[in-house]
Each structure stands twice: as C-alpha cells, then as structure tokens.
Design a protein around this ligand. Structure first.
Ligand code: ZN
Length: 131
C-alpha cells in the first residue's frame, strides 16, 4: 500500500477506465484504481467490479491476452526506454552533486563547505520549491 500512497497525485478516476500501461496491458485494476478506491471518494472496486474481473478469466482464461501483446509491447518498450533515460539523467545529476559535495567537505574547510551548500540551495530552490 505504501507505494500507492506515495505515488503521483491521483488522476481522479470516476470509472474503471484508466489508460495507464498496466491497466491497458493486463486489463486488471491498476494502482490508480486502487488509489482512488482506497484514498479518494470513488469506491470503484465494488463486488460487482470484482465479479467482472473474475468473469473475464472464467470465460477465456489467459487467451484474453493473446493478440494484444505485440502492439502494446512496442509502445511499452519505447516509453520505458525514454523514462529510463530520464531517470538515469536525474540519477547522474544527483550523483555529480553529491560527488562535488564530498570533494568540498573533504577539504575540511567549514566556510567553503558552507558556501557550497548555500550555493546549492540557491540553485535548487526554484526546482524543488512547491509552486
Ligand atoms: Zn491506471
């Protein structure tokens, strides 16, 4: 549940029609549906809804996934790759900042370290402040 809670803001679903990758691909309730159901006002996962999901597999088992795979795979791969690239860029930037900090810290000059940190804070403020 922790991951759902900390996830991005809820999309405010009013029905089970979420178009995220997980929902489209597996046709099962995704984290957005769970988030809405658990933390927001729309109780999407009624016993009726669950029956629907169960029935989906009772009728045709895993065959419901067949024929869908190839077209979705391509989209997922491209999107995932782009997301991964973005993630790596942020990780790299964070590491370079940390690296730089340790280099300054290791000089043992309290003033220099303090200057570095306040410079860092000033530079990052527009990025990390909530507005
Ligand atoms: Zn979703």
């Amino acid at each position: 549940m922790d991951r759902i809670e900390k996830g991005k803001g809820p999309p405010g679903l009013t029905s089970l029609n979420c178009y995220c990758l997980f929902r489209v691909r597996y046709m099962l309730p995704c984290k957005h549906i769970f988030h809405e159901h658990i933390y927001e006002s729309n109780k999407l996962l009624s016993s009726e809804a669950w029956k629907g999901f169960q029935g989906m597999f009772e009728e045709s088992g895993y065959e419901i996934y067949e024929g869908r795979e190839s077209s979705i795979e391509f989209v997922e791969t491209k999107q995932q790759k782009e997301a991964e690239d973005r993630r790596l860029t942020v990780v790299e930037l964070t590491e370079r900042i940390r690296d730089k900090y340790w280099r300054v810290e290791e000089l043992g000059d309290t003033k220099k370290t303090g200057d570095f940190i306040s410079k860092l804070e000033t530079s990052l403020k527009p990025i990390i402040s909530n507005n």
